[in-house]
Design a protein around this ligand. Sequence first.
Ligand SMILES: Cc1ncc(COP(=O)(O)O)c(C=O)c1O
Length: 444
Amino acid sequence: MSKISPVWHPFTQPALDPQPVNIRRAEGVYLETADGRRVIDAISSWWVTLHGHAHPAIAAAIAEQAARLEHVLLAGFTHDAVEELSFRLRKFLPPRLTQIFYSDDGSTAVEVALKMAVQYWQNIGRPAKTGIVALEHAYHGDTVGAMSVAEDSEFNAAFRTMRFPVHRVHSAYCYRCPVGKIRATCKIECLEKLERLLEEKSGEIAAVIVEPLLQGAEGMIVHPVEFLSGMRELCTRYDVLLIADEVLTGFGRTGKMFACELAGVEPDLMCVAKGLTGGFLPMGATMCADFIAEAFVGRDQRRTFWHGHSYSGNPICCAAGIASLKIFESEPVFERIAGIAATHAERLAAIREHSVVGDVRQIGTVAAIEIRADDAGYFSRLKPALYDFYLKRDVLLRPLGNVVYVLPPYCITAEELNRVHDVIAESLDFAQDVLGNRAESARA
Ligand SMILES: Cc1ncc(COP(=O)(O)O)c(C=O)c1O
């Protein structure tokens, strides 16, 4: 019988990528391979694991909940776990975000936010406001709506006809400044495009969507806080909703519980997922301000938000979420976060002078190194070469093309994190060789 696996792996090209590594268990920061290697998960398994793999408190909460109430539909019913999670979440949210709508993951949390924003304006009698504004270098997920607001890229090129049109404005990608400023004289002129657009067209625009302060998938691009606060100011001035997609940045990654806090910004809608369950189970949530939720209440059925998922508010996911939030109270999570940030800062300062390093970026627990490459972008030849280099040294790092980043679970020790940075430092000469080889063969 054929032993070829029927599993179709995401973001994977079987003709080019290495065979998947079989993981048999995980604990803390380590993934244990079937052949007994212990690999440091330095990217929290696609940015989900918060406190560490298989944290016993979350595992126990899941087991207990599964034995009591594994699932019930959320239309017409509720349960203690979803109520408790919602009240606990509210304590951490910007005060104006009072209502929480549950979905399945980050992409669906974004879909919900977009649909809520558009219907909100219809419900209050302004149906012309349907347009969505999104940023260059944005990523919001892979479902069709989320993919529409993402940057045009190789990933969504095949689906061009399915994507709805959006207004695209500048991102504050300072290293590749869209308006050609040097940082010292920057007055966030990259916001001018958004300002002009809203000035002209706010009557047709429902919402602006942004990954607050950190655009992840397109290269761990860190924005100045003034960029986000400026967006908030413009949205308020021109009566357009602001959607903060905190799917990546939520739950402490940037040093605060939510990135918006760093800029003193309260969005109108906010999306979370990934770390919501501590990284154990898929779950998304979209929060909105009172005035938005109120617009959906009335005796006319057309005001209803006709959206839902079979697993909305699943009790087991909620139990994981509650246990994760309790860990924020029972363990020194923000001290760990501060420790990670300090180690990153020290190590980035040491490598920034390496000739192959173009830019270093950091926000809280996320550190990124953009390597100078003649093929910069996701398909840079550095990606497979460096991925392999790191994995051979038992560190899981998955460069975004020519951008190497570290985004570890909060339980990582200083020693383990320094080991990750040592391996990255060691890889820089190797990266130079990889880039040099192409230059030589091109010359030959
Ligand atoms: C900012 C942001 N939004 C949305 C998503 C999509 O989340 P999911 O993969 O859970 O659908 C991601 C995933 O990386 C993300 O980084």
